[in-house]
Write a protein that binds this ligand. Structure first.
Ligand code: AMP
Length: 280
């Protein structure tokens, strides 16, 4: 496995592989890898000749009051993990390699980016779309792997690939959870032991939603109200949003029917966590 920091090195490696007729799977990440990332890498490993993982904490997708500086980083541990999963190349650029001083081109999507996380993180998806577009241009993968943990992001990337005619298959992968149900996230490291317990309210509320739907609930407003009521019982939790939306358009929907995304962002103390379930 190689670890490279320049765009030139990625291009040289990928060019050689393509010349040999090899397919390339790509997993973009911000590092501090866990089994959630691992599941994407494993899927990429199964379905492609070569696997590239990018590890880049992208400054453009963080708002001015967000956790860019404190975001956890551990390249050595990440490298060992990637190596154990059979990754061929890690791309770990400095911000200056990705954004030159005169950088001024952005991928700015409307509609899908304006709902859910886009409301409380107004610059986030512009940063995500721009960096993913750049990474796609650098790596030129056949397939790219994203987690349903970030379901809105996955829908946005699929839409971007379609809108901009990118010849890349975007593959969504299910949420990987801790044994007690908490969705795995690099940001879980911010939680104190007390907050870690309180954070279970997210997955428990997702389970409650699934149960209500299984029991025949059809009204999205009723569902969301019951979910909010459940979260509000936890004193350390503060709701950013709880929504039931069309899974493709991200627009609110009265009736519970597929494709539907039931998603939430909840602060546990200062840490903003997300969770969701998708009705396919
Ligand atoms: P991040 O490093 O948080 O930007 O995540 C990189 C990729 O891993 C994204 O496509 C995420 O959706 C995915 N991912 C993160 N956590 C999980 C998880 N618990 N289960 C599945 N995929 C995940």
């Amino acid at each position: 496995m190689k670890v490279v920091t320049t765009i030139k090195e990625v291009r040289e490696n990928v060019k050689q592989w393509k010349k040999e007729g090899q397919t390339v799977g790509f997993v973009p990440t911000m590092g501090y890898l866990h089994e959630g990332h691992g599941s994407l890498i494993t899927k990429a490993r199964e379905n492609n000749d070569k696997v590239v993982v990018s590890i880049f904490v992208n400054p453009m997708q963080f708002g001015p009051t967000e956790d860019l500086d404190s975001y956890p980083r551990d390249l050595e541990k990440d490298s060992k993990y990637c190596e154990s999963l059979g990754v061929d190349l890690i791309f770990h650029p400095e911000p200056s390699e990705m954004y030159h001083d005169d950088f001024s081109s952005y991928v700015d999507m409307s509609v899908l980016t304006e709902e859910l996380c886009g409301l409380s993180r107004p610059v986030h998806f512009r940063g995500v779309c721009t960096v993913v577009n750049k990474l796609f241009n650098i790596v030129q993968p056949d397939r790219a792997y994203f987690g349903e943990k970030d379901a809105q992001q996955l829908a946005i990337i699929k839409h971007m690939v379609q809108d901009l005619n990118m010849d890349i298959e975007v593959v969504g992968c299910p949420i990987i959870r801790e044994e007690d149900g908490l969705a795995k996230s690099s940001r879980n490291t911010y939680l104190s032991p007390e907050e870690r317990k309180a954070a279970l309210v997210l997955s428990q509320t997702i389970n409650l939603a699934k149960q209500l739907i299984a029991d025949g609930e059809k009204d999205a407003d009723v569902l969301v109200a019951k979910m909010k009521e459940n979260i509000e019982k936890e004193p350390l939790a503060k709701i950013d949003y709880v929504k039931a939306v069309n899974g493709l358009t991200m627009q609110q929907q009265k009736e519970i029917k597929a494709p539907m995304l039931i998603a939430m962002a909840v602060y546990i103390g200062k840490t903003r966590l997300i969770d969701n379930t998708i009705l396919h």
